[in-house]
Design a protein around this ligand. Structure first.
Ligand SMILES: Cc1ncc(COP(=O)(O)O)c(C=O)c1O
Length: 474
């Protein structure tokens, strides 16, 4: 039962420290009280319903309250909730690993959907390591890469290169490889140095004629990498979509070039697919987009692919690191040789989360979620393009799959003064008008659940347009 909102706000502010927030902001714009959520909609304590236009930090791939996921969760709850996964196994856990590998290896849904036969399918990825959040999984990939390099006879390869404007999480290791000062600056004293790859080939999306062309940008990127090639353990990147860095898109051709460069130099690739994977860009892995022809490309698969968020469609915390047999074999030895990967998280392989992740793959296969995203993506893009065309202060529309973004700028296209907090004002207006549209600075974006209807997508776009008009002047 909903409590009186005023009471709840006061009690909330007395005890709860909200994530990624200046708490003072809540004094005059209190946190929204959620009393229910279904599909793309959030039900508020004051009786209103608003659209979750950002999929709750990009994780609610199948919307809220999906019945198949709930049923799978309840069934598992009746069986067992959680048992240590060092020393034990269970059928749903093994099945999830088999299915994830099959999907990541580019097999068709028949081989990873609900009716897929048990067993491992051939392909690039061969093993899955599980954890319980995205940041931890990126850290696992960093640690695996470092230890694998040492165990294959390259102990001097201890450094990482990562893309400018990247984001990989909130732990010290992931803040180190990340490049967003907003989140990392206070902790720089703890972070390790990372080589930054600059001059990225940013593009507007798959409709951009230069989408698959990194020709002009590559020589400088390659020269930068060459300078430290002998010391690098791995290159870390968000494939194609830099989400927290402003929903910026770069050419998938960069992945292909990085793959061939890294192969020639003995450097690993770590693709952080946490935001871009699980269908967000219309492919199960964003790394599958490297071919650019709308078909699954296996030409730029990384040595480590990191998944979370959509892995359970935002139902329960779970993350996965997929890697190759070549990497795994470097850790396979007698115990006394000290080559094991001794990373442990209490909730690795949590049975409830695993059950939901299996159910997510069921839905992805039976409802052709990837096909749905590809079919509706042009509508999302057209909506944001058309609202930008009529407002001179909007610049840089980009869109791919179920993400579309635009920057609110000064008249000449230069950034607004961040101190004015224009994006935050637009966010507040959008909430009043019926959509949760949390911006990234002055970048406004839509990142709807992959199950959103065409009408819901249009409604999100219309609320964004109206909110812009109120704040910026029609
Ligand atoms: C690309 C990327 N990597 C890592 C993370 C961190 O994941 P988590 O918040 O689960 O720790 C995020 C979260 O937004 C992300 O977008």
């Amino acid at each position: 039962m909903a409590e009186h909102p005023g009471d709840l706000t006061a009690r909330d502010l007395a005890v709860f420290w909200h994530p990624c927030s200046q708490m003072r902001d809540y004094r005059d714009f209190p946190p929204l009280e959620i009393v229910g959520a279904r599909g793309a909609r959030l039900e508020l304590g004051d009786g209103r319903t608003i659209l979750d236009a950002i999929s709750s930090w990009w994780c609610k791939a199948l919307g809220h309250g999906h019945p198949h996921l709930g049923a799978a969760l309840r069934t598992q709850l009746e069986t067992f909730e959680h048992v240590i996964t060092a020393n034990t196994t269970n059928a749903p856990l093994v099945r999830l690993c088999e299915r994830l590998l099959a999907a990541a290896n580019g097999h068709p849904p028949a081989l990873w959907g609900a009716a897929a036969a048990p067993g491992r399918r051939a392909g690039h990825f061969g093993k899955v390591f599980l954890a319980d959040n995205g940041s931890t999984a990126v850290e696992i990939a960093l640690k695996m890469a470092l230890q694998a390099q040492a165990q294959r006879g390259a102990p001097g390869r201890t450094r990482f290169a990562a893309l400018e404007n990247g984001y990989h999480g909130e732990t010290v290791g992931t803040l180190s490889v990340g490049d967003l000062g907003l989140y990392g600056a206070p902790f720089r004293a703890l972070c390790f140095p990372v080589q930054r790859i600059v001059g990225l080939p940013y593009r507007r999306g798959p409709h951009d004629p230069t989408w698959l062309d990194t020709g002009a940008a590559w020589p400088a990127i390659e020269a930068g990498l060459e300078a430290q090639a002998d010391t690098l353990a791995a290159v870390v990147y968000e494939p194609v979509l830099q989400a927290a860095g402003g929903m910026r898109l770069f050419s998938p051709d960069l992945l292909r070039r990085l793959r061939s460069w890294a192969d020639a130099r003995g450097v690993y690739l770590i693709a952080d697919e946490i935001a871009a994977g699980m269908g967000r860009l219309g492919a199960l892995l964003a790394s599958h987009l490297a071919g650019g022809n709308g078909r699954v490309s296996l030409g730029a698969l990384p040595d480590f692919a990191v998944l979370s968020k959509g892995l359970t469609a935002g139902t329960l915390p779970l993350s996965a690191v997929l890697t190759t047999d070549a990497v795994y074999t470097l850790f396979d030895a007698d115990y006394g040789d000290g080559r094991a990967f001794l990373h442990s998280n209490t909730f690795t392989g949590n049975a409830l989360a695993v059950a939901v992740a299996n159910a997510v793959l069921d839905v992805f296969a039976t409802d052709d979620i990837l096909g749905r995203v590809s079919a509706l993506a042009p509508q999302l893009r057209a909506g944001v393009e058309s609202l930008a065309a009529r407002r001179g202060y909007l610049h840089g529309v980009r869109a791919c799959g179920f993400v579309a973004a635009v920057d609110v700028c000064a008249a000449e296209g230069t950034p607004l003064d961040p101190a004015r907090r224009t994006g935050y004002a637009i966010y507040r207006e959008a909430v009043r008008r019926g959509a949760l549209l949390r911006p990234l600075g002055d970048t406004m974006y839509l990142c709807p659940p992959l199950t959103s209807t065409p009408a819901e997508i249009d409604q999100m776009t219309a609320i964004l347009a109206d909110s812009l008009d109120v704040v910026m002047g029609a």
